[in-house]
Design a protein around this ligand. Structure first.
Ligand SMILES: NC(=O)c1ccc[n+]([C@@H]2O[C@H](COP(=O)([O-])OP(=O)(O)OC[C@H]3O[C@@H](n4cnc5c(N)ncnc54)[C@H](OP(=O)(O)O)[C@@H]3O)[C@@H](O)[C@H]2O)c1
Length: 358
């Protein structure tokens, strides 16, 4: 049976403790736990079983854990972090995996996977192409449910100059939406706007570096940034807004929208692989579901496409579309929409929909 590897890291200490059923870890001094985690070598945490394509083919995978938190990946010496991720790739290599995926902030390491691929004999992908496909599908589905016509919508993409954000922006503008592209670096935003207008001169694109200004009057917000901070203050959003949060860790927290039953926050980038997929441990998603970045690694394995796919920020609309075709062929589907890992009810949708009409 073909095998793939997936390198992941804990998104926060609570998930780490839950993943090992060690709730005591939550009570320990965080700096102490982080200090220990830093020196743990990468290891195989679990097998991924039960993936069965519509073609009948079955594959299995290995989850290889790098015990570093997002902040550690962002702030520790970059060579130290790179060495850890390459070491994790070598664990996958030894297990016989034919390709390895990089989850969450592991995908930011080593020039977005390029240096990791150089350090390994097997190819690497970040999963960003399929993440784009799935996030756009989820956003379109949510828009339809609450009655937003994309062609008339104002959509802010936060992290628009990033690997995922830039392709999302390009695909959303094709729907005729008025786009607001947001990031901190103004020069790169200008570059993206020019690129969009070169292929679509009629496109309507605004630039903002101030998030408050960008989101206070939008219909849809898509966020895909490389910062683990809360960026979106739900309290300032207009009634009926949809937020699709692709970022892991997330950029909007539940506490900031507690009193806002008139807005809908959805998780972007979650799919249901075909068969009865089992990760054999909990990493925060309901059973049977997977992040699109893992799913991209699965799809490339099923296709026998053992090549460096989404690395170096080299993501294109064509690759996102190709992933969509592979997904259809093998039976990968957009997961039922969830908000903060809970099912979205009909009543919730109705409240948001009615607030747009009111
Ligand atoms: N759900 C999934 O399956 C999945 C899969 C892959 C990746 N992801 C997540 O997707 C996110 C984006 O990944 P990526 O590879 O596209 O990252 P990336 O290429 O590094 O892009 C990050 C973007 O965020 C912007 N940014 C960073 N800090 C910001 C801030 N404080 N305010 C506003 N903008 C900010 C950056 O521009 P400036 O630096 O100019 O601000 C850039 O546009 C990550 O959180 C990753 O974990 C999720």
């Amino acid at each position: 049976m073909k095998r793939f590897g997936f390198i992941f890291h804990p998104l926060d200490l609570n998930l780490y403790a839950d993943g090992f059923s060690e709730s005591d870890l939550k009570k320990k001094r965080h700096s102490l736990v982080e200090g220990v985690m830093k020196w743990l070598p990468p290891f195989k945490r679990a097998s991924i079983t039960g993936i069965k394509s519509l073609t009948g083919e079955e594959i299995e995978g290995d989850m290889v854990l790098v015990s570093l938190l997002p902040d550690q990946i962002l702030t520790l010496d970059s060579n130290f972090v790179l060495k850890k991720v390459v070491e994790a790739g070598k664990v996958a290599e030894k297990l016989g995996d034919k390709i390895v995926g990089l989850g969450a902030y592991a995908s930011q390491v080593g020039r977005k996977g390029i240096l990791i691929a150089r350090g390994l004999k097997i190819p690497v992908t970040t999963g960003s192409s399929y993440t784009v496909t799935v996030a756009i599908e989820a956003t379109m589905k949510a828009a339809e449910l609450v009655g937003i016509n994309l062609a008339q919508a104002k959509i802010a993409v936060i992290g628009a100059t990033g690997a995922i954000g830039s392709v999302c922006a390009k695909l959303l503008v094709r729907q005729g939406a008025h786009l607001i592209i947001v990031a901190r670096n103004y020069g790169r935003l200008i570059g993206l706007k020019k690129e969009i207008l070169n292929t679509m001169p009629q496109a309507s694109v605004d630039i903002k570096t101030n998030i408050y200004e960008a989101i206070k009057d939008t219909d849809i917000i898509l966020t895909s940034t490389s910062t683990p901070m809360d960026l979106i203050d739900g309290r300032i959003l207009k009634p009926g807004t949809i937020v699709c949060d692709i970022s892991r860790p997330k950029n909007i927290s539940e506490s900031l929208i507690e009193d806002r039953k008139d807005i809908l926050v959805i998780e972007g980038g979650i799919v249901k692989p075909p068969g009865n997929v089992d990760f054999h441990f909990s990493f925060g998603l309901p059973p049977g579901l997977a992040y699109a970045c893992i799913a991209e690694t699965m799809l490339l394995t099923l296709e026998g496409r053992y090549e460096n796919y989404s690395i170096g920020g080299n993501i294109t609309a064509e690759k996102a579309e190709e992933m969509g075709q592979f997904a259809k062929k093998h039976g990968f589907e957009l997961a039922e929409l969830t908000s903060f890992n809970k099912k979205i009810t009909k009543e919730q949708i109705e409240k948001v929909r009615m607030s747009r009409i009111a």
